[in-house]
Ligand binder design. Structure first.
Ligand SMILES: [Mg+2]
Length: 332
């Protein structure tokens, strides 16, 4: 099956059909999936002049023109907050089973609800696990192992996560790599055992799938998600067989480095560069890098950021706020 092949999972005949059949009409694939059909999509690519590594003549650069979009995935293309929160609860139960002995269904529901509010602070998926544990520690004093949980409010987590994160990781003696690995494994298990349930916990923001399909620009996905998950969602939720070499996922380096890589590619010379993000801090990192001065930067108004961050971004000359209808229009 397509999803299984993408994710390196066991084939599960009939699964994709059931899953796609259950999706709302707006996200149903409009044509058969499969790599052979990719030519029918309109993520059109101008072939590199002279091949990789050869310098593109200036006149040819001017003639090429066109736009290049580097798009974040979660919070720009895909609303994965429900999925990532549920995956985090599943993973936290594996990692700290004793922590959940006193967590009942009502508290679990409360945790998932708070995760929606806290989503803007999450840069990489594994942080969801830390937030889940912190929320449990706030609620249940007897399981508390961090010095910060007592009396901590959701607002304080939102405002101070960058300081709280290293503190709790240290106090819980956790390391990033094993949490990243666990989070990935829990997702893989969920996908393998309940593909339609996993896909159903995600949704594409209205219009983004069509905008991707119809885009006449060079489009790349630059995400902190593991590439295989982004690729699977593009395929299964939107019917887009997005080329894997155009997805820069977790492990391909910081976004500022990926943007530098993209702008250096000979086939991208002369293009107008656009980077679309929902995380204000990531855009600020781009601004700090003089080599990225040519990128147009956009903070989306529909993703995982706060009103306060949008107001701050509006005051930064380099950043444009963009709403969903304008984004779809611009990408097409
Ligand atoms: Mg994002």
């Amino acid at each position: 099956m397509a999803a299984g092949r993408l994710l390196g999972l066991r084939p599960a005949p009939g699964r994709l059909h059931r899953c796609v059949g259950g999706l709302p009409a707006t996200v149903r694939p409009t044509f058969p999936t499969g790599r052979a059909k990719f030519c029918r999509y309109s993520i059109r690519s101008i072939p590199p002049l002279g091949g990789v590594g050869r310098r593109v003549p200036r006149a040819a650069q001017a003639a090429m023109g066109g736009d290049l979009y580097a798009l974040d995935f979660d919070g720009v293309i895909c609303d994965s907050c429900g999925e990532s929160s549920l995956s985090a609860v599943k993973a936290a139960k594996v990692r700290w089973p004793w922590l959940f002995q006193q967590v009942d269904a009502a508290m679990e529901e409360w945790i998932v609800e708070q995760m929606y509010t806290l989503r803007p602070v999450v840069e990489t998926g594994y942080e969801n696990l830390l937030l889940v544990r912190l929320l449990v520690e706030i609620q249940i004093p007897s399981v508390r192992k961090s010095s910060v949980a007592d009396g901590l409010s959701i607002q304080e987590i939102l405002e101070n996560w960058l300081k709280l994160k290293p503190t709790v990781m240290d106090e819980w003696q956790e390391d990033r790599e094993s949490l990243v690995d666990l989070f990935g494994r829990v997702r893989d298990d969920w996908i393998e055992n309940d593909l339609s349930g996993w896909i159903g916990a995600n949704r594409f923001y209205p219009g983004t799938a069509d905008a991707l399909k119809l885009s006449s620009s060079e489009v790349y996905i630059v995400t902190t998600k593991q590439s295989r998950f982004a690729e699977a969602l593009l395929k299964e939720l939107a019917g887009i067989d997005f080329p894997s070499e155009r997805i820069y996922g977790l492990g391909t380096g910081p976004k500022v480095k990926v943007l530098q890589q993209l702008q250096k590619m000979p086939q991208h010379q002369g293009r107008t560069l656009h980077f679309v993000e929902d995380r204000f801090a990531t855009l600020n990192n781009v601004i700090k890098e003089p080599a990225l001065d040519n990128w147009n930067l956009y903070l989306v108004t529909w993703g995982y950021n706060t009103q306060k961050e949008r107001e701050e971004a509006a005051a930064v000359a380099r950043i444009q706020l963009i709403d969903l209808p304008d984004f779809s229009k611009q990408l097409k």
